[in-house]
Every structure is written in C-alpha cells, then in structure tokens.
Ligand binder design. Structure first.
Ligand code: FES
Length: 163
C-alpha cells in the first residue's frame, strides 16, 4: 500500500516537472531547478526590497569593487519564474557598473530567458526593477560618503518599495 502511494507521488511529481518544463521552456525550467545566486548577502554595498503588484517580494543585494559589481544575490518569496528572474538578474549584474545595471529591464531578462508565459512576464519586471533599486541604493550610499552624486531620486520603478 505504501509502495503504491510512493509510486503515485513520484509519478505525480514527474508529470508536474514535465508540465512545468513544457510551459516555461527548458532554460527557465533548468534555472528553477538550480537557482544560482540565491540567498541573503550580509554587508551588501547596495540592496533593495520591492513588492510587486502580485504581492510577491524580491530582494537584490550587490557588492562592488571600485564601480563594478563583484557579487550579486537575490531572495524572493514569489513564484517559480520570480526565482528564475531574480537569479538571472543577479547573474547579469556581475561585472557591471551602475549605469549598465539601470539598462537591465524586464524585457532584457525576458529576452535572455526566451520569454515567459503571459501571466508571469511581470516577474521579470519585478526582478529588473529591484536590481535597479539596489543600484540606486548603492549610488545613494556613495553620495552620502561624498564619492558620487549620480543617485537617482526616488524609486525607479512601478513596484512598491519595502522598508
Ligand atoms: Fe509574483 Fe511571479 S507571480 S513575482
């Protein structure tokens, strides 16, 4: 009886994975199964937490050496695609200067992923906007230290900033 139940659960999981792979595409599916750059970063030079219109939260952390990102990570309590988008946003941040980070949009992430189902496109925008807010946080902190004055004023996106 227990073996039947285990076999049923295993079969169910396999069919969910297959359906997910089909709906999201191979690249999204693989990153969802192996979400690189996930986790809180302590001592980040720039960080931001935004909540999307869906109610999910995204956090991005950046560490700089000079003006370039040397470490980036993310956390989210959101859906599978939000994990994937946060992971790619963090990956794409590596080696970039703040102005280049502001150029990473939701469309940029979507094009790297090869697209997402319509009802998950906003997850890419949440990740990109959080990345931009983290870059802005870095610039604000640098300006406060008197190192730069190029911070953008206010949130650079439609998502809601979390304190
Ligand atoms: Fe909210 Fe994906 S559904 S971030």
């Amino acid at each position: 009886m227990k073996e039947d139940l285990d076999a049923f659960a295993q079969q169910l999981q396999l069919s969910i994975f297959e359906e997910t792979r089909r709906d999201w595409g191979e690249k999204v599916y693989e990153r969802w199964k192996n979400p690189l750059y996930m986790g809180k970063m302590y001592g980040a030079d720039g960080e931001a937490t935004l909540r999307g219109t869906c109610g999910d939260q995204m956090q991005i952390y950046l560490k700089f050496d000079g003006e370039r990102v040397v470490e980036a990570s993310f956390q989210t309590d959101g859906c599978g695609p939000s994990v994937v988008c946060g992971s790619f946003a963090a990956e794409m941040a590596h080696g970039k200067v703040p102005e280049e980070l502001f150029e990473i949009s939701g469309e940029t992430i979507l094009s790297v992923l090869g697209g997402l189902p319509e009802d998950h496109r906003h997850c890419a925008f949440l990740a990109a906007e959080t990345l931009q807010a983290a870059a802005n946080d870095y610039l604000v902190k640098q300006a406060q230290k008197g190192k730069t004055s190029t911070a953008r004023s206010g949130p650079c996106c439609s998502a809601k900033k979390e304190d």
